[in-house]
Ligand binder design. Sequence first.
Ligand code: UD1
Length: 421
Amino acid sequence: MDCYHIQGGVPLAGEYRIKGAKNSALPVLAAAVARPGIHEIHDCPCIDDVFVMEEILQSLGADTQFKDNCLVADTRNICSTRVPQEIMSRMRSSVFLMGSLLARCGEATITRPGGCKIGSRPIDIHIEGLKQMGFDVEIQGDEIKCRGRCRGGRVMLSYPSVGATENLMMAATCSREETVIENCACEPEIVDLQGFMKTCGFDVSGGGTNRITVRGKADNEIPVDTMYFIVEDRIEAATYMAAVLGTGGRAVFRNIRAGLMEAVLGVYQRMGAKVRSFDNVIEISAPAKLKSPGIVVTAPFPGFPTDCQPQLLTLCTGASGLTTIREGVFDERFTHKKELIKMGANIEICGKNAIIKGDTALRGCRISAADLRGGAALVLAGLSAKGETTVDNIYHIDRGYEKLDEGLRQLGGIIERRTSD
Ligand code: UD1
């Protein structure tokens, strides 16, 4: 098992190009199953979750090749509608195959998906939505079998779940009728999935609003070859920017539009960060002393993203004043609090709120990642801490960040990947 060794206290500076978004690449690759063809997906991040998705596609009969951030998936010969349990348990996004296999083959068998342990994470909204669309869903123990054809009509989500919105968009493509998904999520990655689906020839509109319409077409079975570029990763950008701010640095990020991360930039600015942006470049510099942003509540887009909450929590330990962060999306997402306390942080959890007493100079020590974003937040803690930090269990971080150590070294961070003893 690998770990990161970090020598803290070095202000990060320089330039970094943001990679393609994990949360877009995963549903896009799943959607490639919905339409037979050779799909060339560029700017695909080289991360473990994408490797797992590649394995899923292969297990269903697709041919894949992944080189230089370009994943080519040939989905003309899909021959299975069952995702093996072992792969399902490794990643939450395996659930997307429900929608794409239904669209392509009229049936799908999956088991309950795995993923980061950040709360209960049921899939009831996905299942309820499929039922409203007219699919039969049968649950036997851990196994979920879906079959049928979408009858169209109106589907109302009880909560704007990102994954359920994406799953239902894909499932709706097999209908000959119009399907309207209401109260859906508006995240930029959904707009990106819509872009890919349109490239595949599907008739989808409304992505980015809370009403998405999918219209049936007769030629969905005809193979098409596509080429698509994945949208930039706003969560990766927010993570690197927090690293810059936490170390008192200044850096320029390319391939990231400020419009995708207004809530995050707004909070960083409240903390004293200077932000300048032009087209798809953002420059960020830390103030002499970070100050508390006050109260921050995570919420579905365009709110403050839950995926940036752990990084913000780390940042607030060093800012002057008291911060309250309310986790409004997941039940248990303060997983790295215990490790930060080991480093000297002063954090209390009261229900959904984390109350952070700032002005702490963190001390380096040996800590362990428990999930993807919480793990990244510990790396940020190590970069801003005094002395040496070792972060164990970085396989969690590998799921969603392409060579995080390399990127941080590019900005002058002293961080090294080692094999744990
Ligand atoms: C996606 C992102 C994840 C991000 C999350 C929220 C991907 C691959 N992952 O996850 O990084 O943290 O959005 O922005 O895009 N819920 C239910 N029932 C359901 C579905 C969800 O109760 O059927 C609940 C969840 O437990 C959670 C909340 O709804 O509390 C949000 O989940 P959802 O939006 O579905 O997140 P994911 O799609 O899993």
